[in-house]
Structure formats: C-alpha cells, structure tokens
Ligand binder design. Structure first.
Ligand code: FES
Length: 110
C-alpha cells in the first residue's frame, strides 16, 4: 500500500531509461523520467507556455522544452536557460510493488 497522499501513475516496467513519459493522476499531468537509479516526477507543463515537457529531450538531470529550448532541472524544476524564468513543480515519487506513485499535492517547486 503506498503512503497516503501518493497517487498511482503507472507500472515501473513501462518506463525506459532517459525517455520521458506523460501520465496523469488527480487531474495533474506528470512527466516521469528514469535516469540510472533515479526516478524523477516533474510537472508536465512548461512554465513558459503550456506545452508538454515529456515531448522534450532528456540530458543528464535536465529536460529540454521542445518549443523554445529552456532546460529544466529534473531535481528542482528550476529553469536553467531562457526564455522560461519560473520553475515547474516537482513531486516526490516512490516505487512500491512494481507501481510508481507520486505525491501530487501540495507540489513543491524549486
Ligand atoms: S514553451 Fe517551453 S520554453 Fe517556451
């Protein structure tokens, strides 16, 4: 049983290394990114304009927005390049019994 406040997103097995995947729970779009032994959950809407970050490229611990190229730190949600200036929320994530869960409220932004 996941800790209370955690919402189910997907089975861990569907995730591929370095390939962002969009899921939704409780009306919140979340991009999951697996990097080595780390799993990140970041809000799947760019803070610059409302496009999906899961359609961008992952490089190290960043995801690059496909529309204007801002990179966001997967650990903090902070933008590393213009034009985005505001962070996007990142969510605590856990894997239990093969399922991936995230704590979606309240979100924390870097
Ligand atoms: S929409 Fe993402 S950087 Fe502009």
């Amino acid at each position: 049983m996941p800790a209370s406040g955690y919402a189910y997103l997907c089975e861990f097995d569907v995730l591929k290394e370095g390939v962002p995947r969009r899921f939704e729970a409780e009306g919140v779009p979340v991009s999951l990114v697996l990097r080595g032994r780390e799993l990140f959950a970041i809000h799947d809407v760019c803070s610059h304009s409302a496009v999906s970050l899961s359609e961008g490229e992952v490089d190290g611990c960043t995801v690059e927005c496909w529309l204007h190229g801002s990179r966001f730190d997967l650990r903090t949600g902070r933008p590393l390049d213009p034009p985005a200036t505001r962070p996007v929320p990142v969510y605590p994530v856990r894997v239990e019994d093969g399922g991936v869960y995230a704590s979606l409220a309240p979100p924390s932004a870097g």
